[in-house]
Design a protein around this ligand. Structure first.
Ligand code: SF4
Length: 410
């Protein structure tokens, strides 16, 4: 089916009639019709009013040159540009969250492979810490509206590597492997030790004290009724309360995540925080600084191994997936500027957000905790964090030194 017809078939009867009436009122090219349908579909997903009834018809109809279709397109583009470039307004957004179909889970007999972080592969277009990734579990039962994991794996089936302990203990990582993350294909704590993953990672960490295992979570699940080797670092993705409420569905509240981080700290491990993905919304400049203060009110710099900062960034495939899924969300109500093969906010917006959140931490925190920008343009480091690296290797070496010193101090 041609793209326009396919898109229109997903519209309600009323929406179709409004489009038909518009298409017979003015002359549009096929690509203009497709653009109108796409924009209307975006507006519906963002729960913004349709542009069709609101267009400035008297101004368009008063044109004498007969280019009324072009005048409509101009007004539509101005409207969409305005919505995309301004701070997203969540005060008017109350998404209906579709319950997720029940997830099933099963073990799969997969080889253990250490992947690489999802930065662009070559050319150092983003400053990358060269994290190695371990997909012990694939798929997640949380439902963040911006999530790329949902696009990669079967939505309702959770796969866990079978015999993971034996497989991990049998593997000999390359000598340059010092930092492995498990939070790229799922949430690291949501399933606790249901699949034996935490026990396996614990045994591996004990066998390789020089390797730091980093778990990343949005969960409040208490897994701290047992001890873990000190080279296991427990990190939480944190966000502004507005974004947690409106876009990070089914995840733990900010309070729940911070309480769980306190348990990890009290249990003898280092913790870390990913303020990621930051969203440019009305109120960001109050809520993100408050988040920084909340972290500081509960943790000392020596408790915290790292704070990573980053924004919403999408690949074309994920944007397509989110549009097809059609869930109500405002994460795509943003300027999608090309950024190293992906799409993200303009650099000036990112610089303001990163610099604001970094400078909301006290000097003691800024000087003693390892802050970094995650998968971001190298040019942002100096204006946002006041330091930069000339290569990924230099970044990785500095991160390694900080992490190892922090672990050694425990
Ligand atoms: S917690 Fe992470 S993996 Fe799970 S839905 Fe959210 S972004 Fe995706």
């Amino acid at each position: 089916m041609p793209a326009l017809q396919e898109l229109i078939s997903s519209f309600s009867q009323e929406e179709r009639e409004a489009l038909d009436a518009l298409f017979s009122r003015y002359h549009f090219t096929e690509s203009q019709k497709l653009e109108i349908a796409k924009d209307e579909s975006d507006l519906r997903q963002w729960k913004e009013p349709s542009f069709i009834p609101a267009a400035p018809y008297s101004r368009i109809d008063s044109r004498k040159d007969g280019r009324k279709g072009d005048a409509f397109m101009k007004a539509l583009r101005e409207h969409m540009d305005h919505l995309r470039s301004s701070e997203t307004d969540y005060s008017t957004f109350f998404p209906e969250v579709k319950p997720r179909e029940k997830c099933t889970s099963r073990f799969v007999d997969k080889r253990i492979v250490l992947g690489r972080c999802p930065c662009p592969v070559d050319g150092e277009k983003t400053r990358c810490c060269r994290l190695r990734t371990l997909d012990a579990i694939e798929q997640c039962a949380f439902s963040c509206s911006y999530c790329s994991v949902q696009a990669f794996y079967n939505e309702n089936e959770i796969h866990a590597v079978s015999g993971i302990k034996e497989k991990l203990l049998a593997c000999t990582p390359d000598p340059d492997v010092w930092h492995i993350g498990t939070g790229q294909a799922s949430d690291s704590l949501l399933f606790g030790d249901d699949f034996g993953t935490l026990s396996a990672l614990s045994a591996f960490a004990e066998k390789h004290p020089e390797i730091i295992i980093e778990l990343k979570s949005k969960s409040a699940r208490n897994v701290f009724d047992r001890k873990y080797p000190r080279n296991m670092v427990f990190t939480w993705s944190l966000n502004a309360p507005t974004i947690i409420e409106k876009e990070e569905h089914l995840t733990a509240s900010l309070e729940g995540r911070l309480e769980n981080a306190e348990r990890a700290r009290d249990n003898g491990n280092l913790v870390g925080f990913h303020i990621h993905p930051m969203v440019y919304f009305k109120g960001w400049d109050e809520e993100y600084p408050r988040l920084a203060k909340m972290i500081e009110s509960r943790f000392r710099p020596e408790d915290v191994c790292m704070v990573g900062i980053g924004t919403l960034t999408f690949t074309k495939a994920v944007i397509r997936h989110l549009r097809e899924r059609g869930d109500e969300s405002r994460v795509l109500e943003m300027d999608l500027v090309p950024a190293s093969g992906k799409f993200s906010y303009p650099l000036e917006t990112k610089e303001r957000m990163f610099s604001t959140v970094f400078h909301s931490f006290s000097e003691a925190f800024r000087n003693n905790v390892f802050f970094y920008l995650c998968m971001e343009d190298p040019s942002l480091w100096m204006p946002a964090l006041g330091r930069e690296y000339s290569s990924d290797r230099e970044f990785e070496e500095d991160m390694k030194r900080h992490y190892r010193e922090a672990v050694a101090r425990l």
